[in-house]
Ligand binder design. Structure first.
Ligand code: ATP
Ligand code: MG
Length: 252
């Protein structure tokens, strides 16, 4: 299964969710391939050793047609990563008008063979890179942080996905996920209720709590399970995987 973690809004928990979902899968003996498709390269920075070399990054898949499987690095306890590089910011201007560019990642993943789950960490803007993720993905997971501006952002995402669907000629199966949920704040419940009205069963039952351990884990190059296995954040991401598996969002 290929899942794009997608939201045009920044700082909503895309990278955090990509990493911790992959780590939750790895704990169930199902290591995934993570693709960092963000010029900010935050996921690659959390990995620690995967940053810096443009030729070893996904930019060289776009620039030099390097096969994706050549670019994978191991991530112990998580799976594998194809790192990003800041040069990715140039993908739009260099390749944006080329034929078939929007399907490039889709083709690259098919050529690299299937079997594994693939989790794509998208950047917070809609361009060639994000569209590559959408075109390649079977499903979309849209993290939405629990505040009113993010609620507006979620409605914008829905409009974006609805505009893309006729182009790719299929419905994009998606789930919205509330992140940074603070049980002491009334606003969080209000945002949840508005999202429930808007998206119904497409809003995950699981919410990801605002949790210090989740925020601290990247500073020590760790996912939430290896950093603080008993934390609220670890429980939330394990529960999220349970929910997505039960909903057949991941294949059994
Ligand atoms: N549940 C959480 N509890 C506390 N902090 C969180 C939580 N989720 C994310 N954060 C923190 O919020 C910040 C933004 O999260 P993250 O980088 O995952 O968002 P993003 O959507 O990937 O951002 P961008 O759009 O810039 O790529 C990070 O500092 C992260 O550690
Ligand atoms: Mg990110």
């Amino acid at each position: 299964m290929r899942i794009a973690i997608f939201n045009q809004k920044g700082g909503v928990g895309k990278t955090t969710t990509a990493l911790n979902l992959a780590a939750a899968l790895a704990l169930r003996d199902r290591p995934a391939l993570l693709i960092d498709l963000d010029p900010q390269a935050h996921l690659s920075a959390i990995h620690g050793n995967a940053l810096g070399n443009v030729e070893a990054s996904i930019f060289s898949f776009y620039q030099d047609n390097r096969p994706l499987h050549d670019l994978e690095v191991e991530w112990r306890g998580v799976g594998h990563l194809i790192p990003a590089h800041t040069e990715l910011i140039k993908v739009d201007s260099i390749f944006g008008k080329g034929p078939n560019i929007l399907n490039k990642l889709n083709r690259g993943l098919t050529e690299s063979g299937g079997g594994r789950d693939v989790i794509i960490d998208c950047c917070p803007f809609l361009g060639v890179l994000s569209l590559n993720a959408v075109f390649a993905a079977d499903k979309m997971l849209v993290p939405v942080s629990s505040d009113f501006l993010s609620l507006r952002g979620a409605l914008q995402i829905e409009r974006t996905l609805k505009a893309i669907e006729p182009v790719i000629k299929r419905r994009l199966e998606r789930r919205y996920l509330l992140t940074r949920f603070d049980r002491r704040r009334k606003m969080c419940y209000e945002v949840q209720s508005r999202l429930r009205d808007q998206f119904g069963a497409e809003l995950c039952e699981t919410t990801i709590s605002e949790n210090v351990a989740v925020a601290e884990a990247p500073a020590v190059n760790r996912d939430i399970f290896s950093h603080a296995a008993n934390s609220r954040g670890a429980q939330d991401y394990a529960r999220l995987l349970d929910e997505l598996t039960a909903a057949k969002f991941f294949n059994g």
